[in-house]
Structures are given as C-alpha cells and as structure tokens.
Design a protein around this ligand. Sequence first.
Ligand SMILES: Nc1ncnc2c1ncn2[C@@H]1O[C@H](COP(=O)(O)OP(=O)(O)OP(=O)(O)O)[C@@H](O)[C@H]1O
Ligand SMILES: [Mg+2]
Length: 458
Amino acid sequence: MAKRKTKFVCGDCGYESAKWMGKCPGCNKWNTLVEELEIVGKPNRHTTFSGVAKTGSKPEKITAIQSQQEPRITTKLTELNRVLGGGIVAGSLVLIGGDPGIGKSTLLLQVSAQLAEKELPVLYISGEESTRQTKLRADRLGINSELLYVLSETNLLDIANHIEQVSPSLVVIDSIQTIYREEVTSAPGSVSQVRECTSELMRIAKTTGIPIFIVGHVTKEGAIAGPRLLEHMVDAVLYFEGERHHTYRILRGVKNRFGSTNEMGIFEMKEEGLREVLNPSEIFLEERSQGTAGSTVVASMEGTRPVLVEIQALISPSSFGNPRRMATGIDHNRVPLLMAVLEKRVGLMLQNQDAYIKVAGGVKLDEPAIDLAIAVSITSSFRDIPTRPDDIFIGEVGLTGEIRRVSRIEQRVQEAAKLGFKRVICPQNNLDGWTVPKDIQVIGVKTVQEALQLSVTR
Ligand SMILES: Nc1ncnc2c1ncn2[C@@H]1O[C@H](COP(=O)(O)OP(=O)(O)OP(=O)(O)O)[C@@H](O)[C@H]1O
Ligand SMILES: [Mg+2]
C-alpha cells in the first residue's frame, strides 16, 4: 500500500517545502504555498499503455542512429504550421496557453476538424464543456466531420483508455487544469495534478506516437497556471494572445523542440471562427494616419517573416516633477535609454517631457532593430515634424548614438518594397552583399544624427 505524506508546493513556481511558509523562497511571492498530498512509493494504478523500455535500453553510437525527418502532419492553417516549425510532429506534446475566452478551444476545434476532413481521426476531449456545448461551437464554426470524436471526460485513466480505443491521429485535451489522476489526491488544477497528468500524457504521446495538444489556462500575470516546470515538460509551448477589443489574435511560439521560436501566426476572430491573416503588414498599417508627427514604420522580423509595423510616439511637456515614460508593445526600458541617447548625442531637451510610445495594432516587438524607428518617432513628435509617409527605419541604436547592423536586411527591404515604401533608412554596415529591389531607395546611416537629418529636419 502506498504511503502518503503531505508537502507544500508553490502554485507559481513549483517550489516544494516540508513546512508551510508565507513567502515562497523560490519566487519570493507571498501566500502561494498550498498543501498537497504526495504519494510515496509506487502508484498502484497504471494506464493501459506499457512503459517504454522496461528492459534492454542501451546506449547507442550517434553515428549508428538512423536519422529521419520527423513525420509531420500539416494542417490547413499555414500560420499554425509555421509556428509549429512546419506541422505537427508525431508523438509531440504541445501546450497552448492563453487568456480566458481568447479562442483556444475555437482554434483547436478548427484544427481538429481540418485533420478529420483529411481522413485523420481526431479525439477532442473537453473537460470544461459538455459534448453538446462543443457541438454548438462546432455548428457555429460550420464543422461537421465524420472522423472528429468528441469526449467529455476528466479522468485521465479513462481518457487513456479512450485514446487507445479510438487510436486517433491527434488528441486535444481542453484543458489540463480540469484533468485528474485518481491516485493523486489533490484537486484538479493543483500543481501535483497538473504535473502528474502532463507527465502521463507525455508518456502516452511518446509511446504511441500520437501528437497531443493540451490547453493551459494562464494566471493573472500571464504565465501558464501551474508550475513553470509544465513548460519544461512539454515539447512546444505556444501562447495565444490578443487584445480583448481587437479581433486579431497572435499565436506565438515560446518554446519548440522541433522548430524555431519567435515565429508568430496571426489570426482574425470572426463569427464563423478564426481566419488566417496572411498579409500582416497590410493589416498593421491599415489605420495609419499619414503625415502626422510622431509616427514611423519599422520592418521588424517576427521569426522568419518580416512585418511592417507603425511605431507612434507622443512627447508632451510634463506637468509634474517626474516626467512619465510609458511604452506599449516594446520593452519599456528602451524608451528612457533611447531618450537619453537623443538628449546626449543629438541635444534634444527631453528631460522635462512626458513620453508615450506605442506599437500600433497590439503587436509586441522585442528586437533591437526597432530602436531607430523609436528614436525617429520621438524626435518627430518632439519637433512636431512629420516623417515622410513612405519612409522605413531599421537599425539598432548604440549608446554613443551609432547605428548598428541588423539581421536579414534584404528580407526587410523586400517587404517594404512590396508594400510600396520608397525609402529605407538603415545601418551603413548593412549595405553590402545583397541586391536592392527596384523602386526603393536604400540609404545607409552611421549615426542617429544622420538619420534625423534625413527625416525630421525642416
Ligand atoms: N457568435 C460569435 N461571434 C463572434 N465571435 C464569437 C462568437 N462566439 C464566440 N466568439 C468568440 O470566441 C471567443 C471564445 O472562444 P473560445 O471558447 O474558443 O475561447 P477559449 O480560449 O477556449 O476560452 P476558455 O478559456 O473559456 O476556454 C469569444 O471570446 C469570442 O471572441
Ligand atoms: Mg475553451
């Protein structure tokens, strides 16, 4: 008989302790430790799949291992395929996190239906909704596939049995926080339940080769609920995000064992489901007000794809002692840094000005190549001189005001040319070794001053 003892586990970071503490030593948060029962010894019930390599696992020479391309299932959503690194890898466990109501179930139901149409059976397990509720959603999305099986179940043992019986090509678990294992006594959604269930699902995925998608809820802070180690256990972690008031949704890879992270897929939420957005630059620039001071466009790389995004700045005199520095969509530490560079190297008196910087369209940009566009936006708003509407700014700004080289300049310029921009202001060091598309002028600059001279001087 398995012996049980209790332990205290942090709900945020997974730190374990023998006694209760007010503050978690792992992540320094208060009041996050909860009591959980731990099973000591072997759990007495197992799912029906036999474990891997009970006997006879042996080290192999790496040269002797047959390399093969992982077989991937491609879905009809090319945006999803790209984020996954080219399709769903057999036997992979993929975690999809996102705010409540952002559209996780919608996305996965759509993907399931698309595979089912391709004669691949899919088992969609919902622990949150009854099969009838899932059917209602399917009706709204126009889904009616013969091979899409829906199950409303929360017991992992039963789920495993059903997976074995249906033997699908893809399993979707919506959501991991509702699933439980009997031998773990804590409530569904607790740290040990989530961890145990995930490791069991991992085992099922690896032994059967069936890819499994799991939905994970996120906490108030935006991390996937349950311990951080959930993210370590799975093969890929995708976040589905977007602003409640916008219809655009962004699927972002934060971890992927079979492809690049930093890829993003853009979708639009419609009544009949999610639709892919294949030309994000056009969408992000759609509502751009041309000829107003403080607005520039940057060509930023999102994974392997360039997107053009508008960066807006508003600089206005500060009425209180401490001027405000606010940034949405970019790292807020870059704003004071770039303002200090402008102040010191260009001589702009920005210290008594409030600064608000915004990336239009709700995207998040986190590469240094957007620095120059931010600096030009700030100067443009401060001097109240609009930039030319067909200019693009690319470049990293160093602390001495120098403009530093960026990656993949050719792709960025091509995207700009495609959308009809006429002039690219980019680092001088980036000018060699590639061909400039026709109809676009590329100007190399060495310093911020040079860039400002070209764009925001009367
Ligand atoms: N009739 C409708 N027309 C347009 N959009 C709708 C309609 N019904 C639902 N939606 C959209 O679908 C979203 C809910 O999608 P979904 O249930 O897939 O989200 P979820 O991420 O699975 O939520 P939860 O965290 O509650 O499971 C709503 O926020 C809304 O934007
Ligand atoms: Mg849902």
